[in-house]
Design a protein around this ligand. Structure first.
Ligand code: ARG
Ligand code: ZN
Length: 484
């Protein structure tokens, strides 16, 4: 299919990037070594490429037991006598191309699999993993990070980069994007929400089965599962996309502000299409978590971001919606090749908030840029983090967001409105459903604008310390600046 060819073409250029950057080459890697991400070297795996995840799951909210079968439709990219999966839950059995296969945990987040029959490079490899566990009981990193968030009566799978490990076995790195079918059975008084289109829903013997289909490639951290007694609002956009919004019943007085924000998704999306190009996916929606999950952030899970209740504590908030919807282009349609490329996600999603503010008449991007620059004093440690290479501990540091957005604003001022618009839309076309690096962005921005942008990006992305001035519009000739 054209789509998978496109995707593989993207993956190939990215492998080249990692080969150039990584300490161990992909060819030398042993199972469990990871795909070669400089910040998170154990994340993801080599030797195969996942095309599709099929998850058939059963969830019991009262006990938090998740069980089911994950089928990974993959292609071997090497001769394999062993390979690894990223997963923390208890595995019952694994079959590879139909054959019972031995497996063992590496003691961390890897399951090492020995296929029952050898697999050759280029072969289709179907991996069937049966599992049953209580995700909330599974600790990683002394329990400091979890991708499984229980509520009083359900749970949400959410996290970045770590989340898939708590609910499905995967090749857990954005480099290996795949399509998803998530079929999930829950007690009939519950809703189960995932990504993409709800293709069927039926109730039998006290349980409701939801079938969700994400048929545009997605990075593993962008898949979510939310089970709760949600209030659901569905519809269809003017463009014909199915909309599915879910609100936690515990939102109480925040339900109004949450709806007043999420229900504006279609409008905000239409505004963003003018700058970023056509919305890349075929479904739309949002999930608003209740206070009982303890979630304090939002995350751009594909087609259906999850929002913490906290964003609506002071009333409606179209900006968080703009941020998460902008990620559908910046992060989801074009994904990071390495986690150090996170500016491509957070810098642009943050700038999308400034663009919406300008559009809403609530402050221009320039006013926000000046305000943000001034709000961090010169000696603030904020200026020590370089958005273009923040370090593994700081991928979600406020500098990646705020200084990252200042960098985008500086680019816009430097190249002008027309070239800026061309850069944004060309980027989305060139890397559609693929992966890319910050270096590739700089290269494309220079090519499209015809300008040397080395100094600009050095200043805003790669240099410690506060730049001497906030990004400022070039002085206009007197004749243009004079009021009419
Ligand atoms: N991509 C998310 C956002 O839009 C970041 C969430 C990071 N937080 C976390 N705890 N992993 O802001
Ligand atoms: Zn973000």
């Amino acid at each position: 299919m054209a789509r998978s060819r496109l995707r593989r073409a993207g993956a190939a250029s990215v492998t080249a990037v990692l080969l150039a950057a990584g300490p161990a080459t992909v060819a030398d890697a042993a199972p469990g070594d990871g795909i070669g991400d400089p910040y998170f070297p154990t994340y993801g795996n080599t030797g195969y490429d996942v095309e599709h995840y099929d998850l058939r799951l059963n969830y019991q909210p009262d006990t938090d037991r998740l069980s089911g079968t994950a089928t990974l439709v993959t292609e071997a990219t090497e001769d394999l006598d062993k390979f690894s999966l990223d997963f923390l839950l208890d595995v019952t059995s694994i079959r590879v191309n139909g054959k019972k296969s031995a497996f063992e945990s590496d003691g961390g987040h890897k399951v090492i699999v020995t296929p029952g029959a050898p697999v050759d490079s280029g072969d289709q490899m179907t991996v069937v993993v049966k599992y049953s566990d209580v995700p909330s009981s599974v600790e990683w990193n002394q329990g400091q990070v979890t991708g499984w968030h229980r509520s009083d009566d359900g749970a949400i799978a959410l996290g970045e980069p770590e989340v898939a490990w708590w609910w499905f076995p995967s090749n857990d790195h954005p480099l290996d994007k795949a399509t998803f079918d998530v079929r999930i059975s829950v007690p009939e008084d519950y809703k189960a929400v995932s990504n993409g289109i709800l293709t069927s829903q039926f109730t039998r013997a006290g349980r409701t089965v939801y079938s969700w289909r994400q048929d545009e490639p997605a990075a593993t951290y962008l898949a979510t599962l939310a089970v709760g007694k949600y209030e659901v609002n569905t519809g269809t956009t003017a463009a014909g996309l199915p909309v599915y919004n879910a609100y936690d019943p515990g939102l109480d007085s925040l339900l109004g502000p949450a709806k007043a924000s999420i229900e504006r998704s279609e409008e905000i999306l239409e505004f963003q299409e003018r700058d970023f190009g056509p919305y890349p996916f075929n479904a739309l929606g949002g999930i608003v978590a209740g206070p009982d999950t303890g979630l304090g952030y939002a995350l751009e899970t594909q087609t259906r971001p999850v929002y913490s209740h906290a964003f609506f504590a002071a009333g409606s908030n179209p900006y968080v919606v703009a941020h998460e919807l902008a990620h559908q282009w910046w992060g989801n349609h074009v994904s990071v090749a390495r986690w150090q490329d996170i500016w491509l996600n957070e810098g642009f999603a943050s700038y999308a908030e400034w663009m919406l503010s300008e559009h809403e008449g609530e402050g221009t991007a320039q006013e926000i840029a000046d305000y943000v620059y001034d709000s961090y004093p010169e000696d603030d440690p904020f200026w020590k983090v370089k958005p273009g290479d923040p370090g593994a501990d700081s991928v979600f540091h406020s500098a990646v967001y705020d200084r990252g957005a200042l960098a985008v604003h500086a680019l816009r001022l430097e190249v002008g409105e027309e070239a800026f618009g061309d850069i944004l839309t060309t980027w989305q076309q060139v890397h559609a459903n693929g992966n890319a690096t910050v270096e590739e962005f700089v290269e494309l921005a220079e090519k499209v604008s015809g300008q040397d942008l080395t100094e600009l990006f050095d200043t805003w992305l790669y240099t410690e310390g506060r730049p001497a001035e906030p990004p400022a519009p070039r002085a206009m000739p007197q004749t243009m600046a004079a009021p009419a």
